[in-house]
Design a protein around this ligand. Structure first.
Ligand SMILES: [Zn+2]
Length: 348
């Protein structure tokens, strides 16, 4: 039996695009689909969990994390797209580039504005996408509330993932950045550390806290030269101004297994501990698993148990939020074993 509360919300089911475009291929069913959460909860229920329903929070929890223009866009875009004759699945065909000298104007047309806010073709929108992403933010906020009320840890079963969503853009399966919202909530109490163990670099989280010296963002991921998000996640990215040094990227070569990954997570935990945070937010992706169809690292189930032990050994108030993880037949057991190891280490 896992004693840390597990926060859930079924609204995520409303985000299920019929297909996505990934590396130029039409992918159906999409990788990031409701069955992921079903697999996780099935694994957790076999060991027994303290399940809590997410509590709704007002939109003010997004303040300081996302530009209001992005939030309004995500909320209102789909009806406008359909009214303009757009097909059922929203995918942009043109994306803004920072190298365009005249790229300062946001288009007003549905297709143009989609390419303004979205960064890739793997993040389609459908009618219920915003409600699903907004519910994941409520899951994250509820998990933080439980920890602030005295629980040593909480796990939020968040979907869609969030760490690729930035201040004013979305992409990489992510619409709203629930880990960043959670960190921002802790920040009212003091310094916060975000440890991101998803196989992909969390470019959105990095950008949101790029100039904030009170939030440490440290990420272990595949070398972005080889893997999404390609343009972000290199060691020389350290934050700006007074926040220089509060972003730390620990990229690993494709194919890296338990030893190098666990060493990097150990370094990440040491950095987090030295920051003396009042709270830790873990972007808990499981796509570094050896069986994952998208990730390029090769961590075994035992390796994930080791990650759980390292995170628990910090013995700090911790919120773990689900990011990626796409090996549906292994996901439930891996989450259950990692959280069990986390909890045992935290209590020891
Ligand atoms: Zn990922």
């Amino acid at each position: 039996m896992l004693t840390l509360p597990v926060v859930v919300d079924d609204t995520h089911r409303q985000h299920e695009p019929a297909f996505e475009l990934n590396a130029g291929q039409r992918v159906a069913p999409v990788h990031e689909r409701p069955a992921r959460i079903d697999a996780i909860l099935a694994g957790l229920r076999t060991i027994g969990i303290d399940e809590r329903r997410a509590v709704q929070h007002g939109d003010e929890v997004l303040d300081g994390v996302h530009d209001p223009g992005l939030v309004a866009y995500l909320r209102d875009a789909y009806p406008a797209w359909r009214a303009a004759g757009g097909p059922e699945v929203m995918i942009a065909d043109t994306f803004r580039s920072p190298r365009w000298s005249g790229g300062g104007r946001r288009p007003t047309s549905p297709l143009g504005s989609l390419g303004w806010f979205c960064t890739d073709t793997a993040t389609p929108l459908v009618a219920g996408s915003y409600l699903a992403a907004r519910a994941a933010v409520d899951v994250a906020c509820t998990a933080v509330d439980l920890v602030l009320a005295g629980s040593s840890g909480a796990y939020g079963v968040t979907r869609p993932p969030g760490h690729h969503a930035g201040p004013d853009y979305f992409g990489g399966f992510c619409l709203l950045n629930h880990a960043a919202v959670a960190a921002h909530r802790f920040r009212a109490e003091g310094r916060v550390a975000i440890i991101d163990v998803d196989v992909h670099h969390g470019n959105g989280t990095q950008d949101i806290f790029w100039t904030d010296p009170e939030v440490l963002y440290v990420s272990v991921h595949t070398d972005p030269d080889h893997q999404y998000p390609y343009f972000s996640g290199y060691p020389e990215e350290l934050g700006a101004g007074s926040a220089h040094g509060t972003t730390r990227n620990l990229p690993l070569a494709p194919g890296s297994g338990d030893d190098p990954v666990l060493h990097a997570v150990e370094v990440a935990c040491e950095l987090a501990d030295a920051f003396e945070p009042v709270g830790v937010v873990v972007s808990f992706g499981c796509d570094a698993l050896d069986a994952d169809p998208l990730g390029q690292l090769s961590v075994s189930a035992a390796g994930f148990t080791g990650i759980g032990q390292l995170l628990g050994a910090l013995r700090r108030p911790t919120v773990l939020l689900q990011e990626g993880g796409y090996a549906l037949d292994r996901l439930g057991a891996v989450v259950a074993e990692t959280l069990t190891a986390f909890e045992a280490a935290q209590a020891s």
